[in-house]
Design a protein around this ligand. Sequence first.
Ligand SMILES: O=C(O)CCC(=O)C(=O)O
Length: 342
Amino acid sequence: MSKRHITAFFAPVARNKKPRLDLSSSIPPSIHPGYPFPIASLPATLRFSTRPKQDTDGGEPKSSADGEPEEIGPLVLNDKPDLDMLHFHPFLHKELARELYLFLRRELPFYRVTYKIKREGIDTTVNTPRYTSLFGVDATSIFHPDTGVLLDAKTKLSAKHGYATCAPRPIPQCLRSLLEHVEKRTNSAYNFLLVNYYANGSDSISFHSDDESFLGENPTIASMTLGSTRDFVMKHKSLLEQKLSLPLAQGDLLVMKGTTQSRWLHSVPKRKEAGPRINLTFRHAKTKAGTANYYRYNVGTGPVYRWDEEAGEMRIWTDEREKRKEDIGKKEEGEKVLEGDS
Ligand SMILES: O=C(O)CCC(=O)C(=O)O
């Protein structure tokens, strides 16, 4: 029998604590005149996967030779009229989804857009009941890969015409790698990424469909959930008895395709008990009208919000560099007045 020192019996049990997935990166942050501040990058080695690393052998995904599929496939949801969806449950494993949620909430600029519409002939102000953000440009233009300058997709010449009401900005590195992974797994191309942040159950999106003509006929839209679970509620536009409620959980990806947008409406209704959630939608807009529409409703002209870790909430972000410039201006003005006084 081995002899153990008496103190060993009282020592805390050493738990095999897994280090947190570290998303810090040595890649410089993404910068662009359209970003209010630089947007942190993700590590180049980050592997988007439904399976955590410990499920893999030497960092490589399990192959089907191990008797396990490399990635968890989607559930097919087409058992209702005109419904054509895939539900990846999950698409990203829980640990990655959680860290990505915290990263994006901390690093992205957000907006609380207000806009005016005519409702039944009356001018009405709408306050968007959630935080939003947006990156991308429609298929008629591209961003120069080095300078971020907007170019015509065909001629590769400067493309300002048609964007008078908005300032399109490229998808930052941290979202581009995720977009490319979603493109691969859903077999579709996307040029827009819309971000929704629902701070709590009072934030919501009402019934609508993403069936604008600038998305083309029967668009494919992929929608990712990070953070808390929310109910995704759908109803058929004309078959009123056809309804569906789908809880979307951390790391899920819902792909809406075929006639889903033209025949169904979807919403994320208010829920008393719901926690914070980020939703990312990956879309492909064909025309400049799409770009103008998306920037109007997801960026707008109001203040920028940024996550405040200490306050534990989104706060209006002020550009310290601008403030400093203003302060210097005021100081110089004051000095001139003093000089004039003597
Ligand atoms: O948050 C969601 O799951 C839905 C978002 C949505 O419908 C939209 O952005 O159009």
